[in-house]
Design a protein around this ligand. Structure first.
Ligand SMILES: Nc1nc2c(ncn2[C@@H]2O[C@H](COP(=O)(O)OP(=O)(O)OP(=O)(O)O)[C@@H](O)[C@H]2O)c(=O)[nH]1
Length: 345
């Protein structure tokens, strides 16, 4: 998996999803008399997207108390929960790594300079020993050498302890970096890769030419608007989550699954030709066609919910855009030809 290249907040660019959010955001401006500026829009965006629970709690508390958001509060919320959260995590980790490396390098420097001094001292004392015949003098010089050797051993031990501690701290920081990166690349609703991470995967695939076949599939839930209209948006979200888990179940470990838009998922399948990708897609389509999801509260069936899939294999001269666009056209054809089917481009 490639490194996430940005720590800016990641937003979905699908028109339909953002239209749905806008429908929810605009009334909030009026209802709570909130100034409709970009900062407040970003706050309310995360608020309605329901993917930032801490921010939601904070806004709910403020609205309950004051019924609106003042400039200072908005700026604080934005700085704490939207813009700088991931940036701060990266900066904090970077700073900690800096400190650990500085401490370790100081310990190594100290040991080196003491070893250098001891080396010079030993040389002088060896010359003295060679040129002195007095036994009492010999004894004093040898005691000196022993004392310096012990001091050097103590410094080396201290350096070893510092390096062991640095190693443990670096291991811990590595874990922190992994979890920060996971947050930055994961879709909050489904746990799949987000669109930003998908873009990185695609860049990587196009940048590294050669290797085996790569197939890309775009999957879209059919008549999803109807699902939302009939069962409500939260139930729609549950359907998206279910489809995501179904896709994950069928793909191989080395395949990448991302949420591409609201109810659109993408599967990037390295080392997989179109025929194998077709079989995987067909298994997903068939299982979705058969399954009957139920509303938890009253066990009522949501009826048949199907998916359409467009897939295409990478060509040598493909850019990221041309690769995606061919899969997109295939998906469009699958919709045109009646849905609940796979088309290839
Ligand atoms: N619940 C939920 N709905 C979403 C989300 N993202 C997009 N939608 C809705 O998904 C629906 C997509 O509808 P359309 O693009 O018109 O397509 P469709 O109804 O699925 O029909 P076809 O794709 O043509 O089969 C819109 O109503 C969006 O509001 C989401 O994250 N959650």
């Amino acid at each position: 998996m490639p490194q996430s290249k940005s720590v800016l907040p990641v937003y979905d660019f699908s028109l339909s999803l953002n239209d749905a959010y806008r429908e929810k955001i605009l009334p909030l401006f009026t209802q709570h008399r909130i100034a409709a500026n970009p900062i407040n829009y970003a706050l309310l965006y995360d608020y309605v997207a329901d993917q930032n629970p801490e921010l939601k709690k904070a806004i709910d508390a403020l609205l309950a108390e004051k019924k609106t958001l003042e400039m200072k509060e908005s700026q604080e919320l934005y700085a704490s929960f939207v813009c700088s959260a991931s940036l701060e995590s990266f900066e904090t980790i970077q700073e900690k790594i800096h400190q650990v490396l500085n401490r370790a390098s100081d310990a190594v420097d100290r040991t080196f300079s003491q070893a250098e001094q001891a080396g010079d001292g030993f040389e002088q004392k060896t010359t003295l020993l060679e040129n002195t015949s007095d036994v009492a003098n010999h004894q004093a010089i040898i005691l000196d050498i022993i004392r310096e050797t012990r001091a050097l051993a103590a410094t080396t031990q201290a350096m070893q302890a510092e390096l062991t501690r640095a190693n443990a701290e670096m291991e811990e920081l590595r874990g922190e970096l992994i979890s920060v990166r996971k947050v930055a690349t994961t879709d909050g609703l489904t746990g799949l890769l987000n669109r930003h991470a998908f873009q990185d995967v695609m860049d990587d695939i196009i940048d590294h030419e050669g290797g085996g076949a790569v197939t890309l599939a775009i999957l879209d839930i059919d008549f999803f608007k109807q699902v939302n209209d009939t069962w409500g948006h939260p139930m729609g979200d549950s359907v998206i989550k279910y489809v995501a888990s179904l896709v994950k179940k069928h793909v191989a470990d080395h395949h990448h699954v991302a949420r591409y838009g609201g109810e659109e998922l993408v599967i990037v399948m390295p080392d997989t030709d179109k025929r194998t990708a077709w079989d995987i897609s067909e298994n997903i389509r068939c299982e979705m066609e058969k399954v009957r999801l139920k509303r938890k509260s009253d066990d009522q069936s949501l009826g048949e919910i199907t998916v359409s899939i467009g897939l295409t294999e990478k060509r040598d001269d493909d850019s990221v855009d041309s690769f995606i666009s061919r899969a997109d056209s295939a998906l469009y054809r699958a919709k045109q030809l009646g849905r609940n089917r796979i088309e290839e481009g």
